[in-house]
Design a protein around this ligand. Structure first.
Ligand code: AMP
Ligand code: MG
Length: 401
């Protein structure tokens, strides 16, 4: 049996990032991944400018001990450039965002001065040389890589790209991933359900997880535990997508055919992973398409997706910072556990006076999908660890939003 970390590592390292890219308007690039380094074509801000409404002056004029009287020789609103030099004994009325006129290197806030006609009085001690000035290039310097390829584009990246004057960018293409449920007992919501049948939940949850990542999901539907039909479905999906995600049929029962078929028409790695929920999983390829065979139980399918498939898909998409956020929380209850398997329990994380605290969602059976609904995080219980006591620190990973 493989440890969870080893299994995850092996799945991720077999993925080759997609090379295809497309050019998109920055406005449409939210959640996409940059295909190239983005360098600054100029400094931001392009000129030193005022961080306040007030008066621009020479810092050297403030060196004395008493208050200073300066003659106001210019007015510079934002958006205008004043090329008249501010000489010693002079100041310019200036507003936030306006470039400093030549000679000035300091801004005093208007609240701190007295204005009498064309003279401004700056009391001692209200301002030091260079105060209230945003230096040229403070945010970004010309030529610097401001965003590296592989960066996931959030709203702040959209803003930064636009501030560089770029209306469009190269991003990696979105992968297409087929989603297939397997099982004779599984029926589609909205159809008639026999007494021994269950409605398909995995496809819905998996499609949601894919769409959250910006992956295009191809919904193949439900395929019964029948060799010919599974084979056809896998082959057809492999010709239309970059990856295939199945659930169910990877155990060792007589009707668990996914593994056999993957072996027959592609290449397979089949493992029992030392994790709970999860257990048996199948990975491999059919032609150019990656294959992720997830367990059938709804919680297992989601947990394996979050912990193994999701990072693998981020790699396929070329994302550099794919690690999910994990941090420590204090258990508010004891948990029984036998050493030997890494466990991912569903938890409810809350912030209390002493920091993050977590409780389990209650019964942890891998068919209890409501544990995912009730929870807001996974609690990591280490492979070699036995029972956990209340008050012990554990790692938690919030569910993606
Ligand atoms: P299997 O690995 O195919 O034996 O499935 C394990 C368990 O998960 C069984 O109880 C199945 O009925 C259940 N299961 C399999 N596929 C789905 C699905 N798409 N939606 C909900 N439950 C499923
Ligand atoms: Mg099955």
């Amino acid at each position: 049996m493989l440890s969870f970390e080893a299994a995850r590592q092996r799945v991720i390292e077999r993925i080759e990032p997609l090379a295809e890219r497309e050019r998109l308007a920055v406005k449409g690039a939210l959640g996409r991944i940059l295909a190239d380094d983005v360098r600054a074509p100029f400094d931001i801000p392009p000129l030193p400018n005022s961080a306040r409404d007030g008066y621009a002056l020479r810092g050297a004029d403030l060196l004395g001990t008493g208050s200073v009287h300066l003659r106001v020789v210019a007015e510079v609103p934002a958006g205008q450039y004043c090329d008249a030099e501010i000489k010693t004994g002079e100041a310019a009325r200036i507003f936030t965002g306006a470039p400093l006129p030549p000679g000035a290197d300091t801004v005093v806030m208007q609240e701190h001065v007295q204005r009498h006609d064309d003279v401004v009085e700056v009391p001692a001690g209200v301002v030091k040389a260079y105060d209230n000035v945003r230096p040229r290039g403070e945010d970004v310097e010309t030529g610097a890589v401001v965003l590296a390829r592989g960066t996931f584009i959030r709203p702040q990246e959209m803003g930064l790209l636009a501030s560089l004057g770029l209306p469009s960018v190269w991003v990696n293409r979105r992968p297409r991933v087929a989603v297939i449920s397997t099982g004779n007992e599984v029926v589609e919501a909205g159809k008639a359900r026999g007494p021994a049948q269950i409605f398909d939940s995995n496809r819905y949850a998996l499609i949601g997880l894919l769409e959250m990542m910006g992956v295009e999901a191809l919904d193949v539907g439900i395929i019964p535990d029948e060799r010919h039909e599974l084979r056809q479905a896998f082959l057809s999906a492999s010709q239309q997508t970059h990856a295939i995600l199945t659930s169910g049929g990877v155990s060792v029962g007589a009707y668990d055919l996914v593994r056999d078929i993957l072996e027959e028409i592609g290449v397979i790695d089949f493992w029992r992973v030392k994790m709970r929920p999860g257990g048996p999983q199948a990975y491999g390829r059919i032609g150019p398409a990656y294959f992720f065979g997830l367990p059938g139980n709804p919680v297992s399918a989601m947990v394996v997706f979050l912990e193994i498939v999701r990072p693998a898909l981020w790699r396929l998409m070329g994302r550099q910072d794919w690690q999910a956020t994990r941090f420590h929380a204090r258990l508010r209850e004891s948990i029984r556990k036998r050493p030997g398997l890494m466990e991912f329990q569903r938890g409810v994380l809350t912030y209390a006076e002493r920091g993050w605290e977590v409780t389990t969602t209650g019964p942890q059976g891998s068919g209890i999908l409501r544990s995912m609904v009730k929870g807001n995080c996974l609690i990591f219980l280490a492979e070699e660890h036995g029972d956990y006591e209340s008050g012990e620190e554990v790692w938690v990973e919030p569910f993606p939003l």
